[in-house]
Write a protein that binds this ligand. Sequence first.
Ligand code: AP5
Ligand code: MG
Length: 213
Amino acid sequence: MNIILFGPPGAGKGTQAQLIVKKHNYFQLSTGDLLRSEVKKNTELGNKIEKIISKGNFVSDEIVNKLIKQTVGSLRFRDRIIFDGFPRSIDQSKHLDVILKEFSQKIDIVISLVVPREIIEKRIIGRITCDKCNLTLNEYFNKEEIKLHPCGEDNFVKRKDDNLSIVISRYDIYQKTTKPVLDFLSKNSNFHEIDGTLEIEEISAKIDTFLNV
Ligand code: AP5
Ligand code: MG
């Protein structure tokens, strides 16, 4: 099955995608993670991407669509892709349909995580990610796990776009450009909304029931 995890910045898309990967051997296609890994390479393209992301703006469809096509077109990931952070606009949504058709793939489940803005801010400001294994935790909520993390406490880093003013701008862009995609996606016969303010494990259990596992 191919899954879309949809929701505003900080909704928990990445957290839930990581759990689905761990439990059910799916592949997480996070456009944000792919763009950040390009930034890390310090290439000309990476530097261009960093300038855009650090302001909270969207990277061009041309770049993002290319990343998507590479994964959807790969036999290795067939029928087990979690789209995390894509599609993010009506245009991207239309483009996804085209790519899926090209490779005889489809979206089987759409899961929308609903979280109000007040909660999002605290989640994002506290977010830290392990630079080695990409595990995402939160300074406010996961003090013990951070201390005990097998890769070591020192490997946790903060994202450059995780400061209050950029979060506000990312949220505004979400409301204006990304939320309208929901009208498109909610037509999917297997569309589910989940209260994203629940505990991480509760959300994960709900997702499992949709995946029929
Ligand atoms: P991206 O990396 O996709 O960021 P985003 O969509 O803003 O979403 P986040 O990653 O911030 O949040 P999340 O929902 O994954 O939450 P998480 O699980 O980490 O994109 C970054 C940038 O890249 C964009 O701004 C844009 O510039 C560019 N970009 C990406 N895709 C693009 C595209 N398609 N087109 C153009 N540009 C694109 O959780 C957040 C925190 O909350 C964590 O600390 C976590 O531990 C905690 N948490 C999670 N769930 C819970 C819970 N249930 N209870 C308590 N805490 C929780
Ligand atoms: Mg994410």
